[in-house]
Design a protein around this ligand. Sequence first.
Ligand code: AMP
Ligand code: MG
Length: 404
Amino acid sequence: MATKKTNDLVILGIESTAHTFSIGVVRQKAKSDDLSKISLTKSSHEDLVDIEILANEIDVYKPEKGGIDPDICTQHHKQVKEQVLQRALEKAGIGLDKVSAIAYSHGPGLPPCLLVGSEFAKELSDKYHKPVLQINHCIAHIEIAKLFGKMKDPIALYVSGGNTQVIGFAGSRYRVFGETMDIGIGNALDSFGRAIGISFPAGPEISRLWQLGNKRRNYIELPYVVKGMDLSFSGIVSDAARRYKAGNKSDESIEDLCFSFQETTFAMLTEVTERALSHTKKNELILTGGVAAAQRLREMLSIMCKERNAKFYACPIEYAGDNGAMIAYTGLLLYKFGKNKYNTNSCSDSQNSHNTNSQQVGYDTNNSQASHDTNSCPVSQSSKNSHDRFNANWRTDDVEIGWM
Ligand code: AMP
Ligand code: MG
């Protein structure tokens, strides 16, 4: 008896840009057995129903002391990748043969860490004859928050370890309206944390100390650096760390410093985000990235949005930090809405299956009908460059977005 073929779309996503190695599995159930009846409209919110996150397995490298050592982090990712994959598949209740495509974080990120994810994607693609989707990590943070928040065209405040950007969609791309001029807010929290004896990730402990400091409300003025829409955090880290070392503990306690550090940096973030909402006249805001877990930041943004009659949504914590589900979900968008553009290749030709040209990871409105046939292996323009496996500096606004 012939088995009934399923037209469900199942994407496996691999995340390895920095400290986190994660694999997620996302499925969209086919609405009809007849593929020709599946409507793939550009109106993503009509079409993006029945999305299920089947698995999101995460393993984070936590340095015993100091910041992330890329080499040790890479070893961590290599050691855990098979286990994380097995856990994800078990949780999802599927085998790799049922996967439609494999998505991975192509950048931005730490090169040796990125390479672990891209090589793993290539290995699985070769073994199971699956197309590969190269995903921009920052865009994945935005898309997963939009999905949960049911937002259509929001401003995104993306706050993570390495990145801090205020982003909005305009003219087929996510434009960066403002960003950090030096380190990301997460790195700023972690660096300051390190200086005051808190291990990585320092964000949660600084938030806890903020609560104690909030009772005293002894605000210490720290460098507030906003230039137009851009921000700088390195000065505040140095100044706060210097004050701690100076040991003026009676009137500048660790709680006071954590309170003042969060109040200052989160106010800076709120200021530029409000300006982006005002300039663009958009009325939705999403908060995403690992620092989205910070309650005080959520509170400040929520108050600001309330005052402007804008909707505010903070990404659930499990999906706000780096995770494979966001890569899988963005892979699903790319698979559905960018058939001729995603960088898959002849599955047998692994040399060519990773093409970094970001223009090709876009979307062509004339060719949005992607096949859900899991046996098909879409053909792409080939690249002979084996170093095209990742793009460490891939900009958010390099990518043409096809699903908005
Ligand atoms: P990501 O790079 O997106 O995974 O985010 C990691 C960053 O999130 C790290 O720098 C953490 O310190 C930060 N973080 C995690 N939890 C919190 C929290 N509750 N408050 C502030 N920052 C946090
Ligand atoms: Mg991230």
